[in-house]
Design a protein around this ligand. Structure first.
Ligand code: PLP
Length: 243
C-alpha cells in the first residue's frame, strides 16, 4: 500500500510539473489547470492509494462500478466526476453521487437529469461533450462543421433552459493518436467553440475545458484545458475491463 501511495504521489508530482511547464510556455497562470485522476477499471485499493497520495478529483466512467468506490471513500474530501457516456436510466446515480457530469451528450439525458434534480432540489454542474473530429465511433455532440454546429446550438439552447443543470463548459475525447501534435487541431477547435458559446450565451460561464489524457495533456494545456483527465500516467494500466 505505502509503495503504491508513493508511486502515485510521484506520478502526480511529475504530471503537475508538466502541466506547469505547459502553462509557462503559453503564458497561462500555472494554477488554472486541475488534475482529474481517472480511476475507472482500477481496484478499490488503487483508488484509496490515489486519495492518500493527494488526489481530490476522481474521474469514473461506469456508474455501477463507481458506486462501491464512492461508498468506500465516503468522508474523504474528494469530488467524483462522471467522464464516460451515461445512459439515461443511470442518471440517478450521477445526480445523487457525483459533483460534475463531464460527458453530457444529449438533450434526452439532460431532461432525465433535470427531472431527477428537480425532485431533490440539487443542481448539477455539467460539461457538454463535443465531437469536433467527425469520427463516427466517438460519443459527444457532433460539432465538426457548420451544419452540425447549427444543430448543436439549438440543442444547447434547449439544455440551457433546464434550471437544475449548471453549464460550466466543454469536454472532448479526440481520436487516439501516438503523436499529440496530431491532436492539437482538435483541442484548438474546442477552444474556438468555447469562445463562440461565450459570445452567444453569456448567461453561463463556459469556463471549463476538459481535454487531454495521459498521452496528450501537455498539448491540451497549451491549447487551454482547465481540467486534464489522467488515468494510466498516474495510477498505471487499467487492470480489469468493464462493459
Ligand atoms: C479512460 C479515460 C481517460 C484517461 O485515459 P488515460 O489514457 O488512462 O489517461 C480520460 N478520459 C476519458 C473520457 C476516459 O474514458
Amino acid at each position: 500500500m505505502e509503495d503504491r501511495v508513493e508511486l502515485i504521489r510521484a506520478n502526480m508530482a511529475k504530471a503537475q510539473a508538466q502541466i506547469e511547464a505547459a502553462c509557462s510556455r503559453v503564458n497561462r497562470p500555472v494554477n488554472g489547470v486541475r488534475l482529474v485522476v481517472v480511476t475507472k477499471s482500477q481496484p478499490i485499493e488503487t483508488v484509496r492509494a490515489a486519495v492518500r497520495a493527494g488526489a481530490t478529483l476522481l474521474g469514473e466512467n461506469y456508474p455501477e462500478e463507481s458506486l462501491a468506490k464512492i461508498e468506500d471513500l465516503r468522508g474523504e474530501a474528494v469530488e467524483w466526476h462522471m467522464i464516460g457516456h451515461l445512459q439515461s436510466r443511470k442518471a440517478k446515480i450521477v445526480t445523487d453521487h457525483f459533483a460534475m457530469l463531464q460527458s453530457l451528450d444529449s438533450l434526452s439525458l439532460a431532461e432525465k437529469l433535470e427531472r431527477r434534480l428537480a425532485e431533490t432540489g440539487k443542481k448539477l454542474p455539467v460539461l457538454l461533450e463535443v465531437n469536433v473530429s467527425g469520427e463516427e465511433s466517438k460519443f459527444g455532440l457532433p460539432c465538426w462543421d457548420a451544419d452540425n454546429q447549427a444543430v448543436f446550438f439549438l440543442t444547447v439552447e434547449d439544455i440551457l433552459r433546464l434550471p437544475h443543470l449548471e453549464m460550466r463548459g466543454l469536454m472532448t475525447m479526440p481520436p487516439l493518436d501516438e503523436d499529440p501534435e496530431h491532436v492539437r487541431p482538435f483541442f484548438r477547435r474546442v477552444k474556438q467553440l468555447q469562445m463562440k458559446l461565450q459570445d452567444r450565451y453569456p448567461q453561463c460561464r463556459w469556463d471549463e475545458l476538459s481535454m487531454g489524457t495521459s498521452m496528450d495533456y501537455a498539448v491540451a494545456v497549451e491549447e487551454g484545458a482547465t481540467l486534464v483527465r489522467l488515468g494510466t500516467a498516474i495510477v498505471g494500466p487499467r487492470i480489469y475491463k468493464t462493459p
